[in-house]
Design a protein around this ligand. Sequence first.
Ligand code: BGP
Length: 458
Amino acid sequence: MAIGQNFMWGGASSAFQVEGARDEDGRGLSLMDLRASSRNHKQMDTEVSVDQYHHLQEDIGLMKELGVQSYRFSISWSRVFPTGHTDKPNKKGIQYYHDLIDGLKKVGIKPVVTMFHFDFPKALYDEYAGWNSRRAIDDFVAYGKFLIDEYGKDVAHWLTVNEQGVIVLDSELLGIDPKQDKQVKFQKAYQANLYLWIAQAKLYKYCHEKYPESLIGPAISYITTIPYDGTSEDVAAAKELEDFYSFAQMEVAIKGTIPQYFTRQLLNIGINIEVTKEDSEVLKQGTANFLGLNWYCTTIVKHKPNYFEDEFIFNRIERKQKPTLRYTDWGWNDDPTGLYYGLRQVMDRYPDIPLMITECGWSEKEKLVDGKVHDDDRIRYLKGHVEALQNARKDGVNVFSFNVWSMFDLLSVGDGMEKRYGLIYVDRTDFDEKTLKRYPKDSYYWYQNFIREYQNKS
Ligand code: BGP
């Protein structure tokens, strides 16, 4: 694809982070709702969130005005199937996503649809402990096949699972008690990791058979990992962490085999994953034909003195900051060259696989003043990253879409409404729903102008 041709500039969100309407129209609860209600007061308020459910047409209108070509969102499994099982569909839930997809189509925006973005149905968790059981594979596959059958004629880009690397490390997302013994926790989490891989392989295969033209793959948390200084130990540590955390996920999706470095890393800490012959066959037979990359910042690592001991990679490094880089209040840096370098690395490994940036963004604590938000730091971050992406394309990287995280202010997974990412401000705080009115920030107008100019040039 030549530069400029059919490129999709867009924005992203996920169901529990924007929809609200938690208890409406027959929706069932998810594990994210439980996590939310275990927090103080209304922080992480999935009950209302930023209420996209009731602002759908207005939000689509704002995206149309912005001039984007894609909107990445996720489907809430428990809105479509409140019990998690496909034999009990929720008509209103199914209709909501038809309305969203049709609404986008009408204004020329392509839907990029995530099947599972952290929000596992509570009912299935109560039944058999969710991803901690092999039974989750069949239920997820049935749900995913339903989505492909129901929406597939209007959806050309599917993302199966969002950030599996994060799900496995944040055991609450798997319903595993975070206070449990570390060894037990990791054993369960990495076994669940296998079940997630198997389920996705089955869906890749199904989608290729049913819609050979469509693209389907995972949304990987890709953290480009940089050595702190020039020592070979730091270079090796950076490679090992990046391989274990990000590339192992890509390898399984694209090649259908579990890399030895991944298995060895787990064996080092006494974790042995049960992989049957049949599992290996399933992984081989179903592979992704594109990759979504959630890319925010680089991680800069320094090795610890015990570097060559048989220890988990996470314990053998420390994360460092570079004074030359800007950081958000949450310690995420602005390092666009890291994106360029990361994309080059992915191209080296998978030259034939099209890539999409499924998330990329800058967080701030923000206040509305006279109906405006002057988010210059976000503009600077985005400018740098779209430029890095274009440089990667000039060098032959087949990246065909960039989706800003996030289109609207939404519930941050870690920090509720305090940590804002949106191009569009939503008038609410953690503890006060306020008016929920939408206000385009300065970055919205910057992006609008950028997209226009890009189109005029190409
Ligand atoms: C990714 C998730 C998103 C989003 C983002 C920012 O891990 O896919 O859902 O939230 O990171 O993270 P946070 O909200 O913790 O700042």
